[in-house]
Design a protein around this ligand. Structure first.
Ligand code: ZN
Length: 454
């Protein structure tokens, strides 16, 4: 930490004191000039220069902090910024001792982007006060394309059909017993019963449709989808219908939905036998990978005592007025023997470890894998509801991002916060449109185990 240097006009930083590499004096001078000699922390305003007295020299009370830390291992250190650029004034911020302590002890709150904005705001205020007529400086910005883990829904059913039904909310099983399954096995016969009414994407007006024996044909009502999801209740029900369609679409690929963890996973197909899957990556030939296996210790070849299954959270979200998407979040599902879920007390640490190793390329390749499995390696895939269809594009939604950059920093967004950043963006956008996103608003009985005949 810097101590005011009596009788010394030069500025000392914590790096001199800790005998690590020191910040060049010219960078410190530039920073002090741009900061007006005042702490950059919002609302502090402390002047960091104590003028000389009759007996003593001037004292400098400021401390120079790195925005991207000088150490790559420490908090705020993980960045491709070169060592040299870390010590340049665009990456430095002038603070009083108290505020330097605060930002260093709360690295989550005072992240690189927060500090960068703090610096831009403060230096902007100083410039305005000292050169009111000067044109605003051009903040260097960089543009980049960020790929999301969101697939765009390019076509949705136009309408939701509803009709009076002889069964109640908890009688889905009875309804299923009376359905007439269509000969086209790709047709997803999905529905929702609420208050003695059955809701579905199937056209209920057809007298020979799958629901003919459970509904009152004279009571069929058709609501345009857009009007249906305009209410909170309709929105929830719409998502439930989409999710039930997804349960079925994945069940046809022998992927199971785990209602407890709300994730889709590959169960074993034969007890005690590891499962492999041949799949077709987009525009490539078939590849094979294990999707359910028993991890073994390398040294002894002995089982680690649990089974691991590839898994993913697949959720539908409405991002704007008319824009829906499906998010893919890769996960792992753990079982005792390929079947029974691992008890929670045995999971915690393992799952954390797997998540931690899923950054960057690995994370993206997992997202790609799920995309390829869902689409059978096609550029799009559809969910068939008889004479209505839903189509999802397999091209990930991308965002053009412009952000204030600093020299050498090519990655303002880290991959580990990748999904969250994008979701925050989607959320922002949706708030702007006045429509909150309902991440977790599915009905509670939405997590049924899907065991229908296919
Ligand atoms: Zn301060």
């Amino acid at each position: 930490m810097t101590t005011p240097q009596k009788n010394s006009p030069s500025i000392v930083t914590e790096y001199d004191i800790m005998s690590r590499r020191s910040i060049p004096q010219k960078e410190i001078k530039a920073l002090c000039a741009l900061s007006g000699g005042v702490c950059a922390f919002p609302g502090c305003g402390r002047s960091l220069m104590e003028p000389c007295t009759k007996d003593d020299d001037a004292a400098f009370l400021g401390e120079v902090a790195h925005i991207v830390a000088d150490s790559r291992q420490g908090p705020r250190g993980n960045s491709p910024l070169s060592d040299e650029d870390r010590d340049k004034h665009p990456n430095l911020i002038l603070l009083c001792g108290d505020h330097h302590k605060i930002i260093d002890s709360q690295p989550t709150t005072y992240s690189v982007s927060v500090l960068r904005q703090m610096k831009i705001d403060h230096e902007g205020r100083v410039r305005k006060a000292t050169q009111p007529d000067a044109p605003p400086p051009t903040v260097p910005t960089q543009r980049e394309k960020i790929l999301s883990s969101l697939l765009s829904v390019t076509y949705l059913p136009d309408a939701v059909f509803e009709a009076r039904c002889g069964y109640g909310d908890r009688q889905d099983g009875l309804v299923k017993e009376h359905l007439v399954y269509p000969s086209d096995k790709t047709e997803l016969v999905r529905f929702l019963v609420r208050g003695k009414k059955l809701y579905t994407f199937h056209d209920l007006r057809h007298p020979d449709g799958p629901f003919q024996s459970v509904i009152d044909l004279d009571s069929v009502h058709k609501t345009p989808s857009k009007r249906f999801w305009a209410t909170a209740e309709g929105h929830r029900r719409f998502i439930t219908l989409l999710n039930r369609a997804m349960y079925k679409h994945t069940a046809m690929k022998d992927i199971r939905f785990d209602p407890v963890h709300r994730r889709y996973y590959f169960p074993v197909l034969e007890k005690g036998k590891e499962r492999e899957l041949s799949y077709r990556p987009l525009n490539k030939t078939t590849e094979t990978r294990k999707v359910a296996w028993e991890p073994k210790t390398k040294a002894t070849g002995k089982s680690k005592g649990y089974w691991c299954h590839l898994a993913a959270g697949l959720r539908f979200h409405r991002m704007g007025d008319n824009q829906w998407c499906l998010s893919i979040r890769p996960e792992r599902h753990l079982t005792v023997d390929g079947e029974t879920p691992l008890p929670p007390e045995r999971i915690g640490r393992r799952v954390t470890r797997m998540k931690a190793s899923m950054f960057n390329d690995k994370y993206l390749s997992e997202v790609n894998f799920w995309r390829d499995v869902l689409s059978d390696g096609q550029p799009r895939f559809s969910l068939n509801f008889g004479n209505q269809t839903m189509v999802l594009s397999t091209e990930f939604i991308s965002f053009d991002v412009t952000s204030p950059g600093i020299p050498g920093d090519e990655m303002p967004f880290k991959n580990q916060t990748y999904e969250e950043d994008l979701f925050t963006m989607a959320e922002l956008r949706s708030h702007k449109d006045g429509q909150p996103l309902d991440w977790d608003e599915e009905d509670e009985d939405d997590y049924e185990d899907d065991t229908d005949p296919i």
